[in-house]
Every structure is written in C-alpha cells, then in structure tokens.
Design a binder for this molecule. Structure first.
Ligand SMILES: [Cu+2]
Length: 135
C-alpha cells in the first residue's frame, strides 16, 4: 500500500507533472534531471555490453604479442608503430581478414566471432607472422 505511487515513478522521466499528485517517495530517488524537451527518451540502446577488446602492437617488424588468446566476439585492434607500412593478413583462403597497408599509427580492427585459430602475416614482410586463438 505504501507504494501505490510507485508506478508513477516509471513515468517520472516522461511525465514529471504526475509527481504533483504524489507525495515524496519513501526512499531518496536517484538523481534524475530529464531535459525539458518533450521528446520521448526511449533510446534503442542495444542490450549488448561493450564487446571485449584486445590490442596488438606492430613494432620493430613484429606483432606484439605475437600470439593472443581471446574469447569469441572479441574485437582485436592492431596498431602500427613502425615507420614502415605493414598489413594484418589472414593466411587462410579465402582470407578471414586483411587490413591492407597500415601506415604509421594506423589501426585495423576485426571482431573474431567464431572460435578457432587465426594465423596471419604481413603481406609486405611475410616473415612477420602472428596468431589469434579464439576460444
Ligand atoms: Cu610488414
């Protein structure tokens, strides 16, 4: 019974005027300061949390770490810290991914959705190799 005004709390953001008919809530309400705009605040925010992320640095003609293990769905980003252009090119055919030439400080990102072992190399310097293991 004490909470008979509780449903109005849901409408607080949209219809603050409803508050006028209700007493103060029994507990301190979270700080809500809706903009005066009457526009609905229904954001179609995806329920998915921020995807996991991992980073590989290309430095001194090598991928670092050379081999990483991530969970499925992880976004791996490579960044080239060399003065020389490099690529991140999948070794399988057809290629699972291919960054193309990455200039200095350029980045390439790929989301590894499916478990597996993904080997890659630099198409400019084929002795540069790396591996992403997706669990
Ligand atoms: Cu290279």
């Amino acid at each position: 019974m004490r909470y008979r005004c509780a449903p109005a709390v849901v409408l607080l953001v949209v219809v603050p005027a409803l508050l006028a008919g209700c007493g103060p809530p029994p507990a301190p309400a979270p700080p809500v300061s809706p903009p005066p705009s009457p526009a609905p605040t229904a954001h179609a925010e995806p329920a998915m949390p921020e995807a996991d992320a991992a980073r590989v640095v290309i430095d001194n003609f090598a991928y670092s770490p050379r081999e990483i293990t991530v969970t499925a769905g992880t976004k791996v980003t490579w960044v080239n810290h060399d003065d020389s252009p490099h690529t991140v090119t999948s070794t399988v055919k057809p290629k699972a991914f291919d960054s193309g030439a990455l200039d200095t400080d350029a980045t390439f990102a790929f989301v590894f959705a499916a478990p597996g072992t993904y080997e890659y190399f630099c198409a400019v310097h084929p002795h540069m190799t790396g591996k992403v293991i997706v669990k």
